[in-house]
Design a protein around this ligand. Structure first.
Ligand SMILES: [Zn+2]
Length: 597
C-alpha cells in the first residue's frame, strides 16, 4: 500500500508536509509530480511548489537525483520501505491546485501526491489526521477508518483515483440529500450567516435527479431499477465561496466549485409572482455551474476522448474533442435548469442569446474552428490575452451552440433528439472512451441520415452556424439590437474613476484598429473634449467624419484619427431571442417539445 501522510498543522506557512511510504521500492525508484490536473488543460508545473525533498530507507538516507523539472530518482538498496518527505506550498484559491491557511485547506492530489512510477495500479492510502484543532475533512474518497469529523484514513484503488478525489479541510457547512437513492453530500465553506442551505440542497437535488434520469432512465419511464443507478455510489460537492471568481472542476464522484459569496441564496429572499423565491442572476449562474460539473460526471469523466483513455500526467494530452465534452456539457447545463423548472423558457432563451452574442462578438470565430480550439486549449484557451478575441473561439460557448444546432436539426427532422445521441454514445461505449467517428455514427443512427457535412462545417469550419433559421423553425424570434458605440468602433474598454477609459481589446477589422488604437491605451479626449466614459464620445463623433482622438500610451500622449462607421454598417449589436407570439403550428409543436410549456 502506497501511503501519504499529510500534515497541515502549520497553516500560517501555507505549507503541507507530506510523508510518502513505498513498500518494496524498485532499485531505481522514480517519483514525479503531475504537470497538470485533469479537466483543466494547461501545464501548470505543480512541482514549482514542492521543496525539501528527502528520502530514507530503514533509517538510512537515500540519495535522490533530480531527472527533470518534476521527476526524481531514488537509488534504493534492498526491498525495505522507502520513506520520502517533502513540503508543498499551497496558497491558490482556485479549484486546480491546493490551499492552506488558518481558515481552510484544499487538496488536489495532483498538487500534493508524488506519483510512484510503476506502482500506479497499487492501492493508495491517504492519512489525514494532523490537522488544526476542530477541522473536518470532506472528500468522495473511500473512508477506511475515520472519526466523526472525517479525520483518519482514506483509500483509493490506484493513483488515477487518488488524484481524482479532491479534499476540503476546515470548519464548513455540511448538507446532505438523496437523489435516486444515491447519497449526495454538499459542503459549503465561507458562507455568510444568512445563507439558505435548505434551498440550495433542494435545487441541487432537482438537478441531480433529472440528470441521473437523463442518463439512466426514470422510474416513470419504466427502466429497470438496476439500470437507474449512476456510475458512483456517493457524490460530494465541495463548494468554496469567495468574494470574486467563478469556476469548477469535475471529478468522478465529486466536484470542486468556487463562486461569489453574494450569489448564494439568502433566507428571506423576495418571492416572484408564483410565490417561489426569486433567483438572482448570480444564483442562476451558480445553478448552471452545479449542473455543468455534475453532467461532467458522465460526459468527460467516463464518456471521454479516446486520447484520455490513459492520462499522461507529465505533459499536454491533446484532443480535438473538447467542443463536445465542454461544449455539449455547456449546452446541457442550462437546459437542465429549464427542464427542472428552476428557470422559465424566457430566461433560458436569454441565456442562449447571451452565448450567441458572445460568439458573434469574437472575430476569432472566423480564424479558429472549435476542433482547433480544443487541440490548442493548452496554449490558447487558458492563456487568454488582448489578442484572444481576434485569434480564438471558445470551445465552451461555440461548442454549446454546435450542440444547440444539432439538437434543433434533429428535432425539426422528427427522428430523435440530441438526448438520444448522448444516451446512444453512453450505451455503445459502455460509458468509456469515444472518438469523433463515434459521435458521427450516433448522430446518423438517431437522425436517420449522415451529419458528416454539418460536422465538417460546424466543428471543423469557421462559418457562422445557421442558428437563426433553426431557431425560427422552432418558433423563436431572432432580433439584433442596435450596436453600442464600443461595438461600432470594434473596441472593448474598462472604465473606472481610477483608470479612466482603458482599452482592453481592439477587434480585428474595426474602426478602432484602423485608427491605430492598441490594447492598454487610455482614451483621454475626442474632438477636443475630455471624455470620462466611452459613451460620452457618441455625441462628439459624426458618422463617416474623421475626428481627433487623444490617447495615453505608456505616458506618451498620441493623437489618432478615428472614423465612426454609420450605425447601419459594421458590427451588429447583441442578439435577442423571444418565443414568437403566433408561430406556425409545426414551429409551436417543436418549441413545446424543446422548451416545454
Ligand atoms: Zn466543463
Amino acid at each position: 500500500m502506497i501511503t501519504y501522510r499529510i500534515d497541515a498543522r502549520d497553516p500560517n506557512t501555507h505549507t503541507f508536509q507530506v510523508t510518502l511510504t513505498i513498500p518494496a521500492p524498485a532499485a531505481e525508484q522514480r517519483l514525479s509530480l503531475p504537470a497538470w490536473v485533469p479537466g483543466s488543460y494547461l501545464v501548470r508545473e505543480f512541482a514549482r511548489h514542492l521543496s525539501g525533498l528527502e528520502a530514507s530507507q530503514g533509517g538510512r538516507a537515500v540519495a535522490l537525483t533530480q531527472l527533470d523539472k518534476a521527476t526524481w530518482l531514488a537509488r534504493c538498496s534492498g526491498r525495505a520501505a522507502l520513506t520520502v518527505h517533502y513540503r508543498v506550498y499551497a496558497f491558490d484559491t482556485s479549484v486546480r491546485t491546493a490551499y492552506l491557511d488558518a481558515q481552510r485547506g484544499f487538496i488536489n492530489g495532483t498538487s500534493l501526491c508524488l506519483r510512484v512510477e510503476g506502482r500506479e495500479a497499487d492501492p493508495h492510502r491517504l492519512e489525514l489526521r494532523a490537522l488544526p484543532a476542530g477541522w473536518q475533512v470532506a472528500t468522495a474518497m473511500r473512508a477506511v477508518q475515520v472519526d466523526a469529523a472525517g479525520r483518519g484514513r482514506y483509500e483509493a484503488a490506484g493513483y488515477d483515483e487518488l488524484v481524482d478525489h479532491p479534499i476540503e479541510l476546515g470548519r464548513f457547512w455540511r448538507g446532505q440529500f438523496e437523489a435516486h437513492g444515491v447519497s449526495h453530500e454538499y459542503i459549503v465553506a465561507g458562507a455568510l450567516p444568512d445563507f439558505d442551505g435548505a434551498r440550495l440542497l433542494a435545487d441541487a437535488k432537482r438537478i441531480c435527479e433529472a440528470q441521473i434520469g437523463f442518463w439512466h432512465g426514470t422510474p416513470s419511464r419504466g427502466a429497470a431499477a438496476a439500470s437507474r443507478k449512476p456510475p458512483f455510489g456517493r457524490y460530494v460537492f465541495l463548494h468554496n465561496l469567495i468574494e470574486d471568481g467563478h469556476g469548477g472542476l469535475e471529478h468522478r464522484a465529486s466536484t470542486a466549485l468556487i463562486s461569489p459569496r453574494r450569489d448564494m441564496p439568502a433566507t428571506g429572499a423576495r418571492a416572484d409572482r408564483h410565490g417561489k423565491p426569486e433567483a438572482s442572476e448570480g444564483y442562476v449562474n451558480l445553478l448552471g455551474l452545479i449542473s455543468h460539473e455534475y453532467f461532467h460526471t458522465w460526459n468527460v469523466k467516463r464518456l471521454r476522448p479516446a486520447e484520455f483513455a490513459q492520462l499522461d500526467y507529465t505533459r499536454e494530452n491533446y484532443t480535438e474533442l473538447l467542443w463536445f465534452f465542454e461544449g455539449f456539457t455547456s449546452y446541457y447545463d442550462d437546459a437542465f435548469l429549464l427542464r427542472t423548472g428552476l428557470i422559465d423558457a424566457g430566461r433560458y432563451l436569454r441565456l442562449i442569446a447571451r452565448t450567441v452574442s458572445g460568439v458573434l462578438a469574437m472575430p476569432g470565430r472566423k480564424v479558429q474552428s472549435v476542433a482547433q480550439a480544443s487541440f490548442d486549449s493548452w496554449v490558447k484557451y487558458y492563456r487568454s490575452d488582448e489578442n484572444t478575441p481576434n485569434a480564438t473561439i471558445s470551445y465552451y460557448t461555440k461548442g454549446s451552440l454546435v450542440a444547440l444546432a444539432f439538437d434543433l436539426s434533429l428535432r425539426s427532422e422528427g427522428k430523435g433528439t440530441l438526448d438520444d445521441v448522448m444516451r446512444l454514445l453512453w450505451a455503445r461505449s459502455g460509458g468509456g472512451p469515444i472518438s469523433e467517428a463515434d459521435i458521427a455514427a450516433a448522430l446518423q443512427q438517431v437522425g436517420g441520415r449522415s451529419f458528416a457535412k454539418e460536422l465538417v462545417a460546424w466543428v471543423h469550419g469557421t462559418d457562422d452556424l445557421p442558428l437563426q433559421p433553426l431557431l425560427e423553425r422552432a418558433g423563436v424570434e431572432w432580433s439584433v439590437d442596435a450596436a453600442t458605440l464600443a461595438q461600432r468602433l470594434g473596441v472593448r474598454v474598462g472604465e473606472s474613476a481610477l483608470t479612466g477609459i482603458k482599452v482592453s481589446h481592439v477587434l480585428r477589422g474595426g474602426a478602432a484598429e484602423r485608427a491605430g488604437l492598441a490594447a492598454g491605451d487610455e482614451l483621454l479626449a475626442v474632438a477636443g473634449w475630455r471624455v470620462r466614459r466611452l459613451d460620452d464620445a457618441l455625441r462628439l463623433l459624426q458618422p463617416g467624419m474623421p475626428a481627433p482622438l487623444l490617447v495615453n500610451r505608456d505616458q506618451r500622449v498620441l493623437t489618432l484619427n478615428i472614423v465612426l462607421p454609420p450605425a447601419a454598417h459594421g458590427a451588429d449589436g447583441a442578439v435577442t431571442l423571444r418565443a414568437a407570439a403566433t408561430p406556425a403550428k409545426p414551429a409551436l409543436a417543436l418549441r413545446k417539445a424543446w422548451l416545454g410549456g
